[in-house]
Every structure is written in C-alpha cells, then in structure tokens.
Design a protein around this ligand. Sequence first.
Ligand code: NAG
Ligand code: NAG
Ligand code: NAG
Length: 159
Amino acid sequence: MKTFQVSLLVSACILATLSLLADGQTLEPKKKRDRCDYEQPTCGICGRKINVTIIATNSLQGDNFELTVPIIREHKRNLLSFLQQAAELENGFKFQATYFANLGYYIDSINGVRASPENKTYWQISSDGVSLQCGVSSYVPKNEDVILFNFTTYQNAGY
Ligand SMILES: *[C@@H]1O[C@H](CO)[C@@H](O)[C@H](O)[C@H]1NC(C)=O
Ligand SMILES: *[C@@H]1O[C@H](CO)[C@@H](O)[C@H](O)[C@H]1NC(C)=O
Ligand SMILES: *[C@@H]1O[C@H](CO)[C@@H](O)[C@H](O)[C@H]1NC(C)=O
C-alpha cells in the first residue's frame, strides 16, 4: 500500500485531465479560454461553479485543530478536487490519500493526523451532519455543501 504526496496526486490529476482533453472527442481544438466555459463533459470534470466549505477537525489525538476552508466558485467535481483546492488555498491544510482500484482515494491523513487500524481511528466524512456512504472520489458536493472531515474512532462512529 503506497502513500503518495498530494503534489504527485495533483500532477497525476492534471496529466489525467490533459490526456482526457487530448482525447477530445467533444472539445473544439481552437477555443482559447477555459474549456470548461464551453463544454461540460458528462464525466463531470467541469461542472458549474459552486461554493463548498471544507472543515477538518481533530479533537482526538495530539494537537487538536479545527480548520475551515471556504471554496468559492469552483467547478462542481468530486470531493477530492475540493480537497485539492483547500490545500491550494490554505497553507495549513495538507492531506495524504491512497488510491484503491475501483474504490478511489482513501484519506490517510489530514495535517499529519493519520488514520490507524491499531487505534481504530479514521477520518469520518459527513455532509451537513450526514455521514457519507461514498468516498472522496465518488462524492460530488452540492452548492453550499459543508463537508466535515472529523478524526474519530470506529466506536464513536457507531460501528
Ligand atoms: C458563491 O459565493 C459567492 C460569494 O459569496 C456568490 O457571489 C455566488 O453567488 C455564490 N455562488 C453560488 C452558486 O451560490
Ligand atoms: C495511536 O494513538 C496514540 C495516542 O493517541 C498516538 O500517540 C499514536 O501515534 C497513534 N498510533 C498511530 C499509528 O497513529
Ligand atoms: C468528531 O469526533 C470526535 C472524536 O471522536 C467526537 O467526539 C465528535 O462528536 C465528532 N463530531 C461530529 C460532529 O461527529
């Protein structure tokens, strides 16, 4: 199980995006501005612009923290993209994730606070108080969504 740095993830995503665009069945080659202004591929790469708030809290282990990152007018995409935005906008916000085939990315750590099977800890993700049934690669936030990443234990989460 390999953990990749966010920067690698970002580059990988950019490469993936570029190669998707290069495939470009749907995109016009001559357009100069942000292609998202012209095309909204069904794959969801460039959705309409929405506002999402990302909150990360750790009240469990080490130095506790609560970080709130408002993300204004970003294209609607999966939650992972908004996490990347949060990392770009807020220096104090860092995360690491591991990719699992068919499942997508799993959040290993936020700001160095790491999920651990020994401690039965993980980063629980909820939207407006409702625990997400899918991960950061599958969940697509809605406008004005408040996404909470809360460092917690399996027991506290009711498992
Ligand atoms: C997002 O927030 C900005 C600034 O508060 C606001 O002008 C804009 O209308 C909002 N966008 C949506 C889709 O609600
Ligand atoms: C398990 O929890 C302890 C106490 O909170 C912490 O010091 C330790 O780093 C955790 N272990 C892992 C692998 O994160
Ligand atoms: C976040 O996790 C902490 C530690 O497990 C827990 O006490 C708290 O109730 C959780 N908060 C939410 C909003 O779920």
